[in-house]
Each structure stands twice: as C-alpha cells, then as structure tokens.
Ligand binder design. Structure first.
Ligand code: ZN
Length: 166
C-alpha cells in the first residue's frame, strides 16, 4: 500500500527526514494514548481534530483545519473545531500561536521550538539545532537576577523570528 506523497515544501526539507516518523502517521491507538497521557477525555471529535493537526507542520488556523477535515468527510462545524482546539490546548496537547496579524494558528508540537513568522502569514519551525541554541540563550545568572527583581519565576523562553520574503 503506497501513500500519496504529501506536498513537498521547505518545511519537510528542514525537518531533516530522519525525525521520529513524526506524527503524520499516528494510529488511532497512539492518539488515544496521547489523550490518556494528558489526562484528557478522548472523544471522536477530539481524536479527529488532533490527528489532523498532528499530521501537518503548517501550523494551520481553525478554518484551515476545518476545511481539511471536511475534505476527509469529517462533518463538524467550524465552532466545534475551534472549541476542540481550545480544549486540546488546555490539556497541553497543542499550542495556540497568536501572530500579530491574522487568526490564531495551532501546533501539535508542544516541544520547545522556535517559530519563524513569515510576512506572508506562514509560520515555519526553525531547524532543531537553531531552536536549541536560541531557547538556551537566557543565561542562568540573568534569569535569576530577573526573578529576584520581579519576584517571579521564569518559565519557558519563547523566541520568534520574523522574516520577510526576499
Ligand atoms: Zn511549530
């Protein structure tokens, strides 16, 4: 059984090829296991929305995901897709990205990684080694100094790169 190749794009080239078979081929039981791990009730709708989101690296909007699901014959309203995405985000199974312009986008990859916001609206994942370098960029001493000054505890470091098409 051969699968139709997904549209080739720069993202796939960047992702290297030997990443752990990414989530594009998540099986139903893998998805259900993810829900158990995240202590989130697994409904058919949640399962379908999550599987569709995990299968793409394009950081789709709720609207785009809704169209993709409709193409596959999953009938749910845009509001349901949106609410489901919100529930998945609350359960830490995906991230909501809010670009300065345009609608929110969603990412099933919850690992620390840097996003490149392109001026045409796309959001790309920076290559892993670049992400690792940039997110490690806050020296511990500086973080501690900040924490003391603010009386707060610093959590994740999030870095976004903004890029324009040349
Ligand atoms: Zn991402």
């Amino acid at each position: 059984m051969s699968e139709a190749p997904e549209s080739a794009n720069a993202l796939e080239q960047w992702s290297g090829g030997d990443e752990p078979a990414m989530m594009s081929h998540l099986m139903g039981h893998d998805v259900r296991k993810m829900f158990r791990t995240h202590d989130l009730r697994c409904t058919r709708q949640r399962e379908e929305v999550y599987a569709a989101l995990a299968a793409t690296k394009t950081h789709p909007t709720a609207d785009e995901l809704h169209s993709q699901l409709a193409d596959r014959g999953c009938c749910m309203s845009l509001a349901t897709v949106y609410n489901t995405l919100e529930a998945l985000c609350k359960g830490d199974m995906c991230r909501k990205l809010t670009p300065s312009t345009g609608p929110a986008r969603f990412d099933a990859d919850t690992s620390d990684h840097v996003h490149i916001l392109v001026d045409d609206g796309r959001i790309l994942d920076a290559p892993h080694e670049v992400s690792a370098c940039l997110t490690a960029g806050l020296p511990k001493a500086l973080a501690q100094q900040l924490e003391q000054q603010l009386g707060l505890s610093i959590g994740d470091v999030a870095v976004n790169l903004h890029a324009a098409i040349k």
